[in-house]
Design a binder for this molecule. Structure first.
Ligand code: NDP
Length: 297
């Protein structure tokens, strides 16, 4: 079999950001509406700081109004809830994103539940999860939506295909499964209790890995020609013993790329695949939220 086509997330993310920039310009010109995104970061987790900075920069780059609230790590629940209430009421803000994880002393569920579902651009409010599961218009989690864009751009029509999603988290696995179902796939959701996971994966025309275990999915788990979407982001030591000894790490996916790319039809690399789509989709969700809040949807 010939090696898989590599799905370059950079290309699709750039395309989507350009499209969002055009929509933002159009909304300004036609309706005097500038979509606004508020990002809330509590504490100084290094990875979260990088994500939050990137979200702020990209939202400005497409012409949005953008505000980042950086709160100290010892912020109290009531204070955070007050900020959410302010942002819910702020007419210049159409999207609210609270960067997760929150420090341990804060009640993440209560914070997410306090966000106006129509401004919930991360799609994590139970109302949006429920709308998605009911097939109603919903703000949908960004990474799952990014996976779907990549699949539509490569595979095209997904109707009737067998999809297997490995992972059932509220953030990733479940919403991806819902979106695949909406696209008329026959969907299996696998998880840590699944029996004979390799055999289940081998059934998949579309295999989505959202597990958090480096290179777990092997080449011989993959149906020849399948589309493989690797959501995993795992930090591991370098293969090169000298670099590993120096404590250097790199990022790999949940799929053994070297093996899988010999069998699959399409595959997303890590890094450089799904991960790049997330922020672009966040921007698109903010435009969607702004349109709906203005009654333009
Ligand atoms: P979670 O840890 O919340 O969920 C992992 C899921 O994988 C669980 O449903 C778990 O099953 C399942 N699982 C764990 N071990 C196995 C196993 N041995 N066999 C089968 N299933 C297993 O992770 P997330 O869903 O939040 O994230 C998944 C991955 O995606 C991570 O690597 C994360 O870093 C990455 N990620 C990437 C994003 C991006 O690209 N922007 C965004 C978000 C996440 P069970 O439910 O039974 O415990």
């Amino acid at each position: 079999s010939s090696p898989a086509k590599i799905i370059d997330g950079k290309v699709y993310a750039e395309r989507l950001r350009a499209e969002v920039a055009r929509e933002v310009a159009q909304l300004k010109a036609d309706h005097g509406l500038q979509p606004g995104l508020a990002v809330v970061l509590v504490g100084d987790d290094p990875a979260s700081q990088i994500y939050v900075r990137s979200k702020g920069e990209h939202s400005l780059a497409v012409g949005m109004h953008s505000v980042t609230h950086r709160l100290p790590g010892d912020t109290q629940q009531a204070e955070l809830m007050r900020l959410i209430a302010e942002l819910n009421a702020d007419p210049l803000i159409h999207g609210i994103l609270v960067q997760l994880p929150l420090p341990k002393h804060l009640d993440e569920r209560a914070v997410l539940a306090a966000i106006n579902p129509d401004k919930d651009v991360d799609g994590l409010h139970v109302v949006n999860a429920g709308r998605l599961a009911s097939g109603m218009p919903a703000l949908t989690p960004c990474t799952p939506l990014g996976c779907m864009i990549l699949l539509r751009e490569t595979v095209g029509d997904l109707s009737g295909l067998r999809a297997v999603v490995v992972g059932r988290s509220v953030l990733v696995g479940r919403p991806i499964a819902q979106l695949l179902l909406q696209a008329d796939c026959t969907v299996t959701i696998a998880h840590s209790r699944t029996r004979d996971l390799p055999a289940v994966c081998r059934e998949a025309d579309i295999l989505v890995a959202a597990v958090g275990r480096p290179r777990m999915i092997r080449g011989d788990w993959i149906k020849p020609g399948a589309a493989v979407i690797d959501v995993g982001i795992n930090r591991v030591p370098f293969d090169d013993p000298a670099k590993a000894a120096a404590g250097r790490t790199k990022v790999v996916g949940d799929v053994n790329f070297k093996e899988a790319s010999q069998v699959a039809g399409w595959i997303t690399p890590v890094p450089g695949g799904v991960g790049l789509m997330t922020v672009a989709v966040l921007l698109q969700n903010t435009v969607t939220a702004a349109r709906r809040l203005q009654g333009l949807a």
